[in-house]
Write a protein that binds this ligand. Structure first.
Ligand code: GTP
Ligand code: MG
Length: 195
């Protein structure tokens, strides 16, 4: 039969990683280029149907600024799911994401479904980078692009390995183009325990 599930979900991650943008994309189908930094936290809800259940997500979009760190446990306590977000063009945000995973694994609900989202995938689209390099025909630029692609590849494989090792699932997302955004929530919905 079809089940109704209520699931508290929290987004955590560095300032500017794109937490609010992912939520805005998922809940309203919109993207704002100049999204304001979150103060405290914001609440949203959205319902998603998967094959055997209807999941109502109660979403807490937390603030990434360090001064709000002490509030985080209020939002992740009792949460059924978490999305830990980093910006794929920002190494420090990946390091911050790992700290969040550590904190959740030490203090969160042990059955929490956790997703790692490498956001802003649109900024380092391999095909786009390739096309630009070909059109510009500049060897210096080509070198630069090869270097960027190399770093991106390292980060991608590093994130995949990290997620696997720590029992999270991993996706690269773009709140801007909507790539993989619904998919992250859908994947969480599928993994939530059916009571
Ligand atoms: P805090 O609330 O300060 O913790 O930040 P946040 O994680 O909520 O980030 P937010 O959603 O406010 O996004 C920060 C900036 O990045 C905004 O200017 C967004 O428009 C931009 N941004 C977010 N997601 C993407 C994305 O997928 N691609 C691109 N190109 N920009 C993005
Ligand atoms: Mg925000």
């Amino acid at each position: 039969g079809n089940k109704n599930i209520n699931a508290k979900l929290v987004l955590l991650g560095d300032v500017g990683a794109g937490k609010s943008s992912l939520v805005l994309r998922f809940v309203k189908g919109q993207f704002i280029e100049f999204q304001e930094s979150t103060i405290g936290a914001a609440f949203f809800s959205q319902t998603l149907a998967v094959n055997d259940a209807t999941v109502k997500f109660e979403i807490w979009d937390t603030a990434g600024q360090e001064r709000y760190h002490s509030l985080a446990p209020m939002y992740y306590r009792g949460a059924a799911a978490a999305i830990i977000v980093y910006d794929i063009t920002n190494q420090a945000s990946f390091e911050r994401a790992k700290k969040w995973v550590q904190e959740l694994q030490a203090q969160g609900n042990p059955n929490m479904v956790m997703a790692l989202a490498g956001n802003k995938a649109d900024l380092l689209d391999a095909k786009k980078v390739e096309a630009e390099a070909i059109s510009l025909q500049s060897s210096a630029l080509n070198e630069k692009l090869t270097e960027i692609r190399g770093k991106w590849w390292i980060r991608l494989t590093e994130a995949q390995a990290y997620a696997q090792e720590h029992g999270l699932f991993f996706m690269e997302t773009s709140a801007k183009t909507a790539a993989n955004v619904n998919d992250v929530f859908y994947e969480i919905a599928k993994r939530l325990p059916r009571v």
